[in-house]
Design a protein around this ligand. Sequence first.
Ligand code: FUL
Length: 693
Amino acid sequence: MTKSVFILCLMFVISCKNTEPPKPLSTIPSERQMKWHEMEFYAFVHFNMNTFSNMEWGLGSESPQLFNPTELDCRQWARVCKEAGLKGIIITAKHHDGFCLWPSVYTEHSVKNSPWKNGQGDVVKELAEACKEYGLKLGIYISPWDRNHADYGKPEYLEYFKNQLRELLTNYGEIYEVWFDGANGGTGWYGGANENRKIDNRTYYEWETIHKIVRELQPNACMFSDAGPDIRWVGNEEGWARETNWCMLNRDSVMPGNVPEIEWLRSGQENGSHWVPAEVDVSIRPGWYYHPYEDHKIKTLPQLLDIYYNSVGRNASLLINFPVDKRGLIHENDAQRIIELAEALKMDFAKDLAFNKKVNASETRENSKKYKAGNITDGNPKTYWTTDDEIVSASVTIDFGQPAEFNRILLQEYIPLGQRVKQFSVEAYINMEWKPIANQTTIGRKRILRFQNVTASKLRLTIEDAKASPVISNIEVYKAPKVLVAPEITRNKEGVITISNFDAGLDIFYTVNGNAPDAYSLKYTEPFDLQGKAEIKAIAVDSITGQKSEIAQKYFDKSAVKWKFKIRPGIEGNEVYAFDGDVNTSVKEKFDTSSIFEIDLGEILEIRGFSYLPDQERWNPGVIFNYEFYISLDGVNWGNPVSSGEFANIQNSPVWQKKMFEPVKGRFVKLKALSPAYENGYVGIAEFDIITR
Ligand code: FUL
């Protein structure tokens, strides 16, 4: 044999060497979980009795007569979700108040006794059909806690609950997710008993039997709860998972409604016994259910983008909730916002700059082509790059061929073999030097890193540590456009103006004379002092593309620097909250026969109006309905009110209220509440301002 033939043979032998894949870790996803992972982003719909009683948690005593949507259209829900790229819809078939959206044969507390469609309707059925038509999957939320049922807390209720579950899992086709809420036990109507019923949430529900029913009737459905068994709650309802997020959990030490350590849910557990990945559930509005007074509180595009990157981008799935309104429709503003998000995401992930690019690895398993580095840029989720078993630290370098500008990196582990990476870093080759971009921990099914634009010819991913040989299936690199939303302008009590921007890579330009700003206006670099009246207008500008945001504008009267709020016993909050420029702080009190909020303006001014933003707190907002407004020169003699009446429709729309009157000179002002807007009986102020001449 000649030397060259020998070398060829040797190379052949080497390339034919053991190309066994790495052994899966002991905890890996099931097939049904793998299918669920692919869903990634899907919708929740909270629509039920609470929509009509204007509550978040109904008591169970509500009359079915209340349930009467005027234009219910599940096809509209499905259309919006489809357009937004969502893959499924989970419906609150029964919430804590016990009302059933389907005509269950086991209770009278359902749509069949409502005026809607003369009791002939079935919301679950209509949604199942709409989902089918639009190619979406259907999920079911059924609350274990039932504040309507007379037997809740007794074994009889369990039979009822199981029967209902069977109905839902038998009559509506394929169900992809069954959602078991952790909120459990407490006060309720309970068939008229009106009492507090405590249950032991570890034993009462006999979860094992319930799981069996689901497995038997819907073998492909994943079950969600605080403790899985298939999908876990992420430990908050704000829309984020931790950056370090493992799919594993010591499932047996958590029960629905009984979580010893919330961090286990937020980060998972590196050595958890079961595969129980996190689902991030969050509402597009503050509430889960529709309330007209939250029409102005739909999450902004920047907020939704953060939520997406902090969930899908952190190895979790995202369940975004639409509080369907009393008509039975996703409110047009919510629909518009979710489409905006879909469009922004489309642009963020428009062109993968790493696709099919050359990749080198510091190590490859058995030097085999099967596991070559190029597998991570081939767009095929089934191929991956991996190393020999004993190696837990290695790197891959992507060569763009020429300098490329980017600000997003998407990484994926091949999770059928388990989640492995514990620590990784990313560097960019800029001007012949490797510069660090990120130092991070877990990857999991999907990890997306966001950072300011860099221009580099190469990119290096180094797995610093892993539970076993790293198995990476995918790297994508993108240049997302800047998020051009109008900046936010605020002024604090001291008269300092801050203009803030969602995307740190943009410039802000502003004017203080009411003129429209452009790239030649004043450039905002830091907060500035502005004591007097001014109308500020600001825009965000992408200095590279020249693109501009919409104009933000805000009118300021005199600053509150000299103002003093009179704190009396009973008032919650501190003396600046009513004029600190922060809408999230407030002064408030429980309304008695009248409540007076008094401010010393520190100087005599000619006042011709005032503006009032009620307390914006979610749970117990202080909102004034009937009012009187007084002005005094000395704080002793007040005379008659200069303005009085009501803040019309403030219950439904607690936004800025403005009242104007004939100019009056004074130094002291008093906003007197004559009645609260809500039954909670609180009155208060988030922000207050005066309008001078
Ligand atoms: C919570 C429930 O108590 C809320 O009402 C809502 O359904 C949310 C998704 O889960 O635990």
